[in-house]
Design a protein around this ligand. Structure first.
Ligand code: HEC
Ligand code: HEC
Ligand code: HEC
Length: 128
């Protein structure tokens, strides 16, 4: 009886030790990211430095950007199938619209509305 209880405790401790970091790993992004177009889109511009951690802290709500995220499970990337593509196929214009335009949920749209953060092409896509 005593022994099974102890084993139970050990098992519970192990489950916690391994399950918790895994849970948060699925929803944790690096503080600083470099964004690139996915395979299937020819990049005309340079990759974009994106301080994810700073935006997380500033905006609090993940759904501003991850608009299909329900607070648990995997966070989908912008170029996931059926997201910023055209009829399920990679498309430069559809992908471009996820980051630029008037919609204040896009990078450029929000920076223009807020009058903060980079707004010109070369600030985000530095010349090679
Ligand atoms: C200002 C917009 C913005 C906000 C706010 C934001 N994210 Fe992100 N996040 C992004 C972008 C852009 C990517 C890159 C997506 C891609 O690669 O297609 C990303 C990627 C991720 C990834 C994937 C990382 C990887 O290695 O592929 C995770 C996980 C993530 N975000 C979690 C979160 C969580 C949790 C929050 C809220 C606490 C959050 N994000 C808030 C824009 C944002
Ligand atoms: C909903 C609003 C919002 C969205 C969406 C957003 N940003 Fe920002 N971003 C801001 C604000 C506000 C600042 C200014 C922060 C400051 O000056 O402290 C900023 C600042 C920045 C900076 C400068 C950081 C620094 O340390 O000076 C970069 C780079 C940046 N954003 C990139 C992006 C990229 C790339 C995306 C899209 C993937 C994006 N942002 C989406 C609001 C947003
Ligand atoms: C606030 C940052 C920001 C600004 C300002 C910005 N972009 Fe982008 N752009 C991005 C992000 C993020 C992506 C997606 C990641 C990638 O493809 O590098 C992107 C992707 C692109 C793409 C598709 C991928 C590629 O390399 O061909 C094009 C084209 C593009 N941008 C052109 C422009 C042009 C032209 C301007 C100026 C009118 C501009 N961008 C301004 C952030 C920005």
């Amino acid at each position: 009886m005593k022994k099974t209880f102890l084993i139970g405790l050990v098992v519970a401790a192990l489950v916690c030790a391994f399950a918790l970091p895994n849970l948060s790993a699925a929803t944790k992004a690096p503080a600083d990211m470099v964004l690139k177009a996915p395979d299937g889109i020819k990049m005309k511009k340079t990759p974009v430095a994106f301080p994810h951690g700073k935006h997380e802290a500033m905006l609090k709500d993940c759904k501003v950007c991850h608009h299909t995220f329900e607070g648990s499970g995997d966070v989908k990337g912008c170029s996931a199938a059926g997201c910023h593509d055209k009829d399920g196929k990679k498309d430069q214009m559809a992908y471009y619209k996820a980051f630029h335009g008037k919609d204040t949920k896009t990078c450029v749209g929000c920076h223009k509305a807020e009058k903060k953060g980079p707004k010109s092409c070369k600030e985000c896509h530095p010349k090679k």
